[in-house]
Design a protein around this ligand. Sequence first.
Ligand SMILES: *[C@@H]1O[C@H](CO)[C@@H](O)[C@H](O)[C@H]1NC(C)=O
Ligand SMILES: *[C@@H]1O[C@H](CO)[C@@H](O)[C@H](O)[C@H]1NC(C)=O
Ligand SMILES: *[C@@H]1O[C@H](CO)[C@@H](O)[C@H](O)[C@H]1NC(C)=O
Length: 405
Amino acid sequence: MIPTNLKKKFSCCVLAFLLFAVISMWKEKKKGSYYDPLKLQTEKLQVLRGLKKIAMGPGSQSAPSSNTQDTHRGSQALHSPRDQPKTELETFQMWSKDSSSKNLILRLQKIWRNYLSLNKYNVSYKGPGPGVKFSAEALLCHLRDQVNVSMVEATDFPFNTSEWEGYLPKESIRIKAGPWGRCAVVSSAGSLKFSQLGKEIDDHDAVLRLNGAPTANFQQDVGMKTTIRLMNSQLVTTEKNFLKDSLYNEGILIVWDPSIYHSDISKWYQKPDYRFFDKYKSYRRLHPDQPFYILRPQMPWELWDIIQEISSEKIQPNPPSSGMLGIIIMMTLCDQVDIYEFLPSKRKTDLCHYYQKFFDSACTMGAYHPLLFEKNMVKYLNQGKDKDIYLLGKATLPGFRSIHC
Ligand SMILES: *[C@@H]1O[C@H](CO)[C@@H](O)[C@H](O)[C@H]1NC(C)=O
Ligand SMILES: *[C@@H]1O[C@H](CO)[C@@H](O)[C@H](O)[C@H]1NC(C)=O
Ligand SMILES: *[C@@H]1O[C@H](CO)[C@@H](O)[C@H](O)[C@H]1NC(C)=O
């Protein structure tokens, strides 16, 4: 029989050895020329979870809500003293403008391929590319000239029929919104949590938020001001509290819904992704004075075409994310657009939204939306410093009025 004391000592040795092995493996990997930050992050987490399980004994499960802490602790635990002469910024894996599907974990690669074969919106891209190279200046001009940011109007069939009379806002969005100087687009990323960016965000002339992203109880991190809220039609159609929740009563509302690739308004109206029209009308009856626009369904595909044109491989044939649409909308209304946590900062986490306890790397890397390729474009166009991405998750793009083509 082995004395308990000896058993304990033995477990300790095994644990120490494992930890040493993990650190060595990690350092080895870091030295290599190819290094996938996401994969590594996941591996690190798995190894750490494994270690934790050993340490805590079999059968112990960490609660899902502790995952962010794990990530944080994980990166600290694996930070060896020999790394210290390098600054954190130097070792930080900044979003690369040339990220590709190879940077995705296998599950997300599979999803990307599945969407390509599904082609839900009947996309048949005939434009130049993929992989057309533009200078940043030329790309900005290309976006400005090819993406028509405008809203459905009361003269567009079938919105010109009696069924719709009085429902669309009478004034154009250009009268209600802007022109503004400095604007902020606030992503809903989990990495906004503990960011303390609230003051900085509210300091902008206008703030765009997405879908159901709240400010109450999160002011410290995301601010309080909401000038525009861009929502997808799924939220408007399916969110039970959409008509009741005061969250939606502030600022200008815009809803967007994906059409079949490049279909016009009347074709789209026959076959929207989500039939949000009745809910829209109900909301308008309850809040007739709040501007509430419907984005022209052509706009997302005009933008998608450009993302496809400049990307070096096929992108998901699904519309761009609300975040990317919001960025382009603000670029038409503002001189400068600061974008928060669209490119991940040092707080990067698999936590999807700062206001929900839900974890999935797809929220950063993209599954349905061509998020990876959108982020490449924003990184390419960023006029801010890498340090601002690292510390604040902030990228800065010029408004279309401040560029010269
Ligand atoms: C999809 O596209 C093909 C040709 O590109 C066309 O013939 C077909 O009618 C389209 N389907 C829908 C639902 O729009
Ligand atoms: C953008 O769309 C609006 C509404 O359909 C239209 O009146 C305008 O001419 C378009 N602008 C450009 C540059 O295509
Ligand atoms: C609505 O617009 C369509 C297409 O422009 C037009 O043919 C129709 O006459 C318009 N209807 C009304 C009631 O103005």
